[in-house]
Design a protein around this ligand. Structure first.
Ligand code: FBP
Length: 706
């Protein structure tokens, strides 16, 4: 054994230690798991086993085309769904088609928006297809997102790079960014740089905003013969495409499965911890800027006790408030949606029910974007988007630069409200808005007023939604305690044993202490007993002790046990899942997306989004397609004005996945003496039993019971 001091002092011994093969092996960046990931070969859809593919337009898919889309995207609006098929003509290789297919191409690719596991495999698939078709083809990766196109920053993708990053998570190979190419100047620079690189095609791997960008780039670069192809990326799962008849063309964006599985893994571990230590409620906020697809999938994967689904909350109508208002003859039907107060009460119901069954612990899943579906908050978000956009349109410096402190922002809002009152005009911000907003805790006010992202989206991930909600939950639980409603059920056996140990008769005290002494498995202290004082009074009233006696210690112990403390641990799952190593599903999906991209390019498509149809079924049913982007667009409020954007897909409350969740959530709440129903999704791996896993949401939605 070497002298420890010698090692710590950085003497000669440390060099010897660092050179030891075991030390080298365990401190290397590369481990066996990474090596096997990098070398794992993805299966190809059958059509890609052929050297060439063709595109066949399918007129059966129809979309509800927005007139604004027709006006702004005239050259790509008539695009149709294209199926990738293989050519089997015997003299095929001698045709012009082959020459066109094999011609030397330069293709640029860019990642745009948040990372999503599987992106590297899109590049790998595109690279492999391009090089195997013509070894002279070149793929260029624009660096750090759309800024790379605007600033002409790129690298050439090589075989070595592809092997280094294949099947690994993140977008580290070329990085990503959120810049939007939304001005003439940025568009001109992009076009100039694509031409400088002699690009035949540009591939935009991104979410709804980035595919919107892809459509505008396709329109703009049509005349220059530069094709633009989009790829549906986002862990949020909100790029899902169906035609007007409900036919699914893209059941899920890539990255969703991995992120959901990563979140579910952590949430499931917390379920285990919570059920072991039985003292915490774990509050798990999971990413998903708007839609609650990730939260729903995590619920299906883990059976957490309570999961909120934003889309369901948006559907909520407060009938009681409507009735009260009707009685007063004062009904404003737009003002009876879900409020933060309603929501906190709904959460409390679950907590109180479980407590009655002796369970003062559990796991709650909250979607990051839940506020978007809360009527009162959404109104604030929309109003602020408009106020900030109006201000920025008139000032060189911008709203956030001019009003850096919350106080400054509030003062500006107050000024707007007072102006509108003084001038007696309808304004986006009036004194009532100001009053309501001033009731909100300041950290939350700050969150609602913070800077929007480059696409004008409200940055939900930066707001401590969970903190806001939990503060309200705690407050309401306090009220319920005062009302004697929030009590921890006492196990009958434990009660009897404890009383006998304290030489007291459980049957004598039981009816005085508990509501359900006769038949309860978990005994509930009477609602009128809410303190030691009220406890003593109850014992005196029933003659169990005298006025001057003390409450027996055993009875005090039992009472204290029935008085729950609501202890929480909050967690945010988002960036971790975005950076996770992709699942087998996402690896295969994205590699085939890359192959599809090349087929679309080699066959002259532009303004299309590469997709794989039938993802919800087994791999041999997967069908690569090109989906026209322009017909999927509609008008939405962005940065305070209506803009043409790709429509996001939110959770369908009639889908099988949601209906199953709704039917089983009482079981998963497990507010009874039985065990919890937690499910363990297992680790993310490329091999093993789970390799055929796909999102449970997709599996359920594909079940046909008719
Ligand atoms: P994309 O839509 O670009 O895929 O990003 C989605 C997302 O991961 C959301 O879930 C989250 O709200 C947001 O990115 C976080 O953004 P940022 O990386 O800017 O913090």
């Amino acid at each position: 054994m070497r002298d420890k001091k010698e090692i710590e002092a950085g003497g000669a011994a440390i060099d010897v230690l660092l050179k030891h093969p075991d030390v080298k092996r365990v401190t290397a960046n590369i481990n066996p798991d990474l090596t096997s990931r990098r070398t794992s070969v993805s299966s190809k859809c059958k059509v890609f086993t052929n050297p060439y593919t063709r595109l066949v337009s399918d007129k059966n898919y129809i979309f509800d085309i927005h007139p604004e889309s027709e006006r702004q995207l005239p050259d790509i609006i008539k695009n149709q769904v294209q199926k990738v098929v293989f050519e089997d003509a015997p003299d095929f290789e001698k045709t012009d088609f082959e020459k066109g297919y094999k011609k030397k191409r330069n293709i640029g690719i860019v990642f745009s928006g948040g990372p999503a596991p599987g992106g590297h495999n899109v590049i790998a698939g595109l690279f492999d297809a391009a090089i195997s078709t013509n070894p002279e083809n070149k793929i260029f990766g624009f660096l750090k997102g759309p800024d790379g196109i605007i600033e002409n920053e790129y690298i050439e993708i090589t075989k070595e790079l592809v092997s280094q990053y294949k099947n690994t998570g993140g977008f580290s190979m070329i990085r990503t960014g959120r810049t939007k190419i939304d001005t003439k100047e940025k568009m001109d620079l992009s076009k100039r740089n694509c031409k400088k690189l002699e690009l035949d095609a540009l591939v935009v791997v991104g979410g709804d905003d980035s595919n919107t960008n892809a459509a505008f780039l396709a329109q703009e670069m049509c005349k220059d013969n530069i094709q633009v192809i989009g790829v549906p990326k986002t862990i949020d799962g909100d790029i899902q495409v169906r035609d007007l008849k409900g036919n699914s063309l893209c059941a899920m964006s890539f990255g969703f499965h991995t992120a959901a599985r990563a979140f579910a893994g952590s949430v499931s571990n917390l379920c285990t911890d919570s059920g072991s230590d039985i003292k915490y409620w774990h509050i798990c906020k999971v990413m998903g800027r708007v839609a609650s697809h990730l939260a729903l999938e995590v619920a299906l994967q883990t059976h957490a006790n309570v999961t909120l689904v934003g889309e369901e909350l948006a559907d909520f109508v407060d009938e009681k408030r409507i009735q009260k208002a009707e009685e007063k003859g004062d009904v404003d039907y737009t003002a009876y949606g879900m409020t933060l107060r309603n929501l906190s009460r709904m959460i409390c119901e679950g907590i109180v029910e479980r407590a009655k069954a002796g369970k003062n612990y559990g796991v709650i899943v909250i979607p990051e974007g839940v506020l978007e579906f809360i009527n009162e908050i959404q109104t604030f978000i929309i109003k602020f988007n408009t106020i900030i956009a109006d201000y920025n349109a008139k000032h060189d410096t911008g709203f956030h630069a001019d009003f850096s402190m919350l106080e400054d922002k509030l003062r500006y809002l107050r000024k707007l409200a007072q102006e509108s009152k003084r001038e007696g005009r309808i304004s986006v911000w009036n004194t009532r808005d100001d009053e309501l907003f001033n009731d909100i805790p300041s950290f939350f006010q700050e969150g609602l007023l913070m800077e929007r992202d480059s696409h004008g989206n409200f940055q939900f991930s930066q707001v401590e939604t969970d903190k806001v909600l939990m503060r309200m939950v705690k407050e309401y639980l306090g009220i319920l305690k005062e009302e004697g409603e929030y009590k921890l059920g006492i196990e009958k056996n434990w009660y009897e044993k404890t009383m006998e140990k304290g030489n007291l008769d459980p049957d004598e005290y039981g009816p005085v202490l508990f509501d359900n002494h006769e038949n309860g498995e978990y005994l509930l202290v009477r609602p009128s007993i809410i303190s030691l004082i009220t406890l003593k009074q109850a014992l005196i009233d029933k003659g169990l002790i005298k006025k001057d006696d003390l409450i027996p210690d055993t009875v005090k112990t039992i009472y204290r046990k029935s008085d729950p403390t609501f202890k929480t641990q909050t967690h945010f799952f988002g960036y971790d899942g975005r950076g996770s190593e992709p699942t087998h599903f996402d690896c295969t999906y994205t590699y085939n997306l890359g192959l599809t991209v090349f087929s679309l390019i080699a066959n002259g498509a532009t303004g299309q989004m590469a997709a794989i149809k039938n993802l919800e079924f087994e791999f041999d049913k997967w069908e690569p397609v090109g989906i026209p982007i322009a017909p999927l667009m509609h008008l939405e409020e962005r940065k305070g004005k209506m803009s043409l954007v790709l429509e996001r897909s939110v959770v369908d409350l009639n889908s099988n996945a949601f209906c199953v969740f709704k039917a089983l959530r009482k079981k998963w709440l497990a507010a009874n003496s039985a065990d919890d129903n937690y499910r363990k999704p297992g680790p993310i791996q490329l091999t093993g039993n789970s390799i055929d896993d796909r999102p449970l949401t997709l599996v359920l939605n594909a079940v046909d019971i008719l």
